[in-house]
Structure formats: structure tokens, C-alpha cells
Design a binder for this molecule. Sequence first.
Ligand code: F6P
Length: 322
Amino acid sequence: MKKIATLTSGGDSPGMNAAVRAIIRGGAHYGFEVIAVRHGYKGLINGDFTDVEHTDVSGIIQRGGTVLKSARSEEFRTKEGREKAAAQLKDRGVDALIVIGGDGTFRGATLLSQEHNIATIGVPATIDNDLIGSDETIGYDTALNTAMEAIDKIRDTADAHERLFFVEVMGRDAGFIALETGIASGAEIIVLPEYLTSTDDIRESLNRILKVHKRSTLVVIAEGDQTGGAINISQALQSDFEDYEMRVAILGYIQRGGNPTARDRVLATRLGFEAVKAFHDGHSQVMVGIINNEVKLTPLKDTFGKIKEINHDLVALAKILR
Ligand code: F6P
């Protein structure tokens, strides 16, 4: 009987549990033994394995976080760390490792594969949606909805006091969350790392918007933007807009938690199962993704380290409608 090990690694994202459930049950469907690794690569290095049965993953599809726990492992970034991890997998007779995570997770899995000839399959899970090879990553939709709901609440206050709000959202180096939450919440300005925006540009846009009429104004800023985030931007503009009460809100980790949306649960379920199927069909060193509603396999090494194109039409639309 072939043996698969699975783990979640890096920043948690809502839907990881749904993917774990699909891997455990999908593995049983194909007649594989599936074991889980707790605490990501850190746990792999330390041999933190656990047996999981069909019923162990009951009641987790709706839960945020990850029942397997996660970690960012410094040791796994080293050759020695990966050597220890590979030895653990070989000792347990593991034939393939399915990793659920983002770019750091896939970078590590690629090196592990290359250095130790271990079959690896990636399941894309990050709220940042910055992996190439899938239209959306697991957790992105939930994060969008969480951020949008939070911004709606901020809008009420902004409206009541006619304030100028700078709201910073997550996304690491990518602007996917900022762009879509900005559009969904009717933000007047959206600042993205994919476009070089200076404080002069923001000042000019604000002057134009505020000239039309005084009202609540929301500027949604991606944390990875080169201008240095919401605090820096608001400070740089303070003296130019003294007639307005300015406030900053950094949404932070609320964007990573919470029950996954239906869309994330379905995506995670499909991708978890497809990861097992990919191994069954003889694939290795690939990431499973969904593009235009079809399952696609992309070489794992090609999924990270490059810029995933943002939807420029949406950027243009946001500017027309503000
Ligand atoms: O990758 C997910 C993410 O939440 C990013 O949006 C954010 O920049 C980063 O993780 C925060 O990382 P940490 O959990 O290490 O603080």
C-alpha cells in the first residue's frame, strides 16, 4: 500500500481544513495510507507524525485555521533541515508528500524534491492569492469577504463623521485583496504594489475627489505597497488635508481567520482530492490549481517567485466608478 504524508505550512488560510479532509478521504478512495504531519515543516523535521482516519476529519470542513497546526520553519530553509525531514519521510516509508500552503511552502517542497528525490504535490492555500497556476488560492475568498465586511463597518463611521480613512489590508507583495475589497467596498482610492503610486499621486486624486463634495472617503492600501503602508501615507498627507479628520485602520490578522466561505470550502475540497489523484496518476513536483473552472497541474517550481498578473481591467474600472 502506498503511503502519503500531508501537512499545512506557512501562514494559515481558511479552507486548509477542508483540503486536509479531502486528502484523507481521497487517499482512502484510491487505497493509499495517509498520515498527517503536525506543525508544518518544523514537525516534519522532528518526526511529528500522526495517524488520521476518515472520522478524524469529520466536522472540520467549516473551521478556519488548521487542525494540523502550521509554522514557518527557519531550519527547513537550510540543507541540513531538509536532510532531517527527508530522513523522517524515508524512515516512515512515505511515497509522497502533499503540502498545503503558499510560496514559502512550495519553495521548500521543491528543494526537498530536488535534493532527496521525494515526490511532492502542492495544494495552493494562502489568503494572498499570489501563486501562479490557479485563478484563486484557498483562503483568498474568505479573506476578501472578511476584509470587505470590516471596511463596510469603517465606512459607517467614515460617513457619520465625514472622515478620511486609510485602510491597510494584507497580501504581502501582492494587491489582490486590496483591489477586490476596494472595489467591493466602493473605496475612492486603491493603492496597489503592482502600480508605482507616489504620495503626490494620492494627494492629487484626493484633491480631485474631495473637490466634488465633502463626504466619507476611503483609501484602501495593500500592505506591500512601496509608499510604505497606511500610516506612512496618512502622515505624509496630514498637512495637505487639515480640514479633514484622518484615521488609519490596519485590518491585520482578522483577514486570516474565520470560517471559510462556501467557495473556499469547495475549492479546497476539489484541490485536496486532485492532489491525491495527481499522485495516483504518477505526477510529482506539481501544484494542483483551477483555471477557468478546470483542474490544471503546474510544475511546483513555476508557481512562486514570479508576479501573478493582477486584473488591470478591474483597476481601470475602479478608477472610472469612484
Ligand atoms: O501570507 C499570508 C500573510 O498573512 C500575508 O498577507 C502577511 O504579509 C503575512 O502572512 C504575515 O505573516 P506572519 O504570519 O508571519 O506574521
